[in-house]
Design a binder for this molecule. Structure first.
Ligand SMILES: Cc1cc2nc3c(=O)[nH]c(=O)nc-3n(C[C@H](O)[C@H](O)[C@H](O)COP(=O)(O)OP(=O)(O)OC[C@H]3O[C@@H](n4cnc5c(N)ncnc54)[C@H](O)[C@@H]3O)c2cc1C
Length: 441
């Protein structure tokens, strides 16, 4: 059986690595860029290791990567962000972020009574009895809750940080999604870890695995332009091939690109409900310094200005040359602008806001810059997981393809949803191979 995987990001590589374990299958990963990794692409610049998307892993002991370690024999190390060096800034006042019990006791974002309330809420989430799961959105729950304003603000802020969205959007996330997400994360003893060496540590091993199976190949700079069906098989038109024939197709691209790929096909109508989904976008400001400019904390989340700075190199020393420092600033972005000019002014304001945050905590940073990368519009998640959007199912009735990626149904958020959905579709296909069943379409 011949399988085509369209997209060589985390999701496509994960699916291909699982499928390449089976000797009866052969396949091709089509990637339109000159390199693999997609939004998790890692590159070197002046001795610094930079990612397009950061490599923080939330709740690594309960993460899909943990299954992949066991299933595929991946070998990687990770290091936990020092919880005592994670701070929140509220109206210029710094206080420990309530990441665990010790920090909750120390933090000033809650009063003593509010701490009792918040700990009770955590216990209810962990015990799976929190009422939040029954509310359509976090906003609906908060409107009905009798908790103090600080506790409500903290809920919104937690969702902002983990989902990379604004407080307004945090209120639109479904209660069920939040309850499930934090049930998993609050049970973890490792809330935030970095994969040492960046995402390349994972993607290189997935790529090696695929390449070790001679029946698989990876086609770079090879965008798939269209798919048609003929007699139970699928014909892919790519940049270099008029007609490449496959038995199964996995589409592992952002949902917007999957919709575009199928827009003139017989399946376009089934993708319609997903074409107006909005994505999660942020502003990213990466800075590599030749020496450590300052290290007041390892992560600061500015609750007032809705932005955060991670001192990535404080946890992952492998991403900098000896003595260097790598900071990543991220600003959550609104997406409701009346026109392009308004959007431009807003982004300029955000950039200036980020620079003044660096000025405040890393004085003199401008003179030490060795590497700088600013992206005013980086797509973190192809589908923002709010109640007005719909994640794309891994399989749609009447469409004979499988879908995976961070805009598809899967476990967790961000990269975890890419990994988990890639794993899910591969296991489904492998299972079908053992117990053949008719796929509708
Ligand atoms: C600034 C930023 C910070 C982030 N921080 C974190 C973090 O700390 N932790 C975390 O877990 N996640 C983080 N993420 C999210 C994470 O990077 C993404 O969720 C993940 O990389 C998505 O992987 P994917 O495989 O679903 O999609 P992609 O990476 O988008 O992969 C899809 C691939 O398909 C290819 N493609 C598209 N169309 C075609 C076609 N027609 N033919 C062939 N190829 C095609 C694309 O070129 C691409 O390589 C961050 C993202 C950003 C941008």
């Amino acid at each position: 059986m011949k399988i085509a995987i369209i997209g060589g990001g985390l999701a496509g590589l994960t699916a291909a690595a699982y499928l390449s374990e089976n000797r009866e299958l052969e396949g091709t990963v089509f990637e339109r860029s000159p390199q693999l990794g997609g939004r998790a692409f890692t590159y070197q610049k002046s001795g610094f290791t930079l990612n397009y998307g950061a490599h923080a892993v939330y709740g690594i002991d309960r993460h899909t990567l943990h299954h992949m370690e066991e299933d595929l024999g991946l070998v990687f190390e990770s290091k936990q962000v020092d919880k005592r060096k994670v701070v929140y800034a509220k109206n210029d006042h710094l206080t420990p972020a309530p990441l665990d019990f010790v920090n909750i006791m120390k933090t000033d974002v809650l009063t003593a009574m509010e701490k009792v309330r918040f700990v009770a809420e955590i216990a209810a989430i962990v015990g799976n009895v929190h009422h939040l799961k029954n509310y359509p959105t976090l906003g609906d729950y908060l409107d009905k809750s009798n908790a103090a304003e600080d506790v409500k603000e903290l809920w919104q802020h937690l969702v902002c940080s983990n989902f990379f969205i604004t407080p307004g959007d945090a209120r639109k996330v479904s209660g069920e999604v939040i309850a499930e997400y934090y049930h998993n994360l609050f049970l973890s003893s490792k809330p935030v870890n970095y994969i040492l060496g960046s995402w390349a540590t994972i993607t290189d091993q997935l790529q090696d695995k695929i390449n070790r199976n001679g029946n698989w190949n990876i086609a770079l700079k090879e965008p798939v332009e269209s798919i048609t069906q003929e007699g139970g098989q699928f014909i892919l038109k790519t940049k270099a091939q008029e007609a490449a024939v496959f038995d199964k197709v996995i589409i592992a691209t952002p949902v917007q690109q999957a919709v575009k790929l199928l827009e003139n096909s017989e399946w376009a109508q089934y993708l319609e409900p997903y074409q107006n989904n909005t994505s999660t976008e942020v502003m990213v400001y990466d800075l590599g310094f030749k020496e450590i400019v300052a290290r007041p904390f390892h992560y600061i989340s500015d609750m007032t200005n809705k932005m955060f700075i991670s001192d990535v190199s404080a946890t992952d020393h492998t991403v900098v040359p000896p003595g260097g420092q790598l900071l990543q600033g991220i600003a959550y972005l609104n997406d409701d602008f009346k026109d392009e000019d308004e959007r431009k002014v807003y982004l300029e304001k955000k950039t200036a806001g980020m620079e003044s945050l660096f000025d405040k905590y890393y004085p003199g940073w401008r003179e030490a810059v060795e590497v700088k990368r600013v992206s005013k519009k980086a797509m973190v998640s192809s589908v923002k997981n709010i109640s007005t959007n719909r994640l794309l199912p891994n399989h749609l009735p009447n469409v004979p393809f499988y879908f995976c990626g961070d805009g598809c149904e899967g476990k967790g958020e961000l990269a975890e949803r890419a990994f988990s959905s890639g794993r899910k579709v591969a296991l489904k296909l492998l299972n079908q191979l053992i117990k053949p069943e008719r796929v509708t379409g």
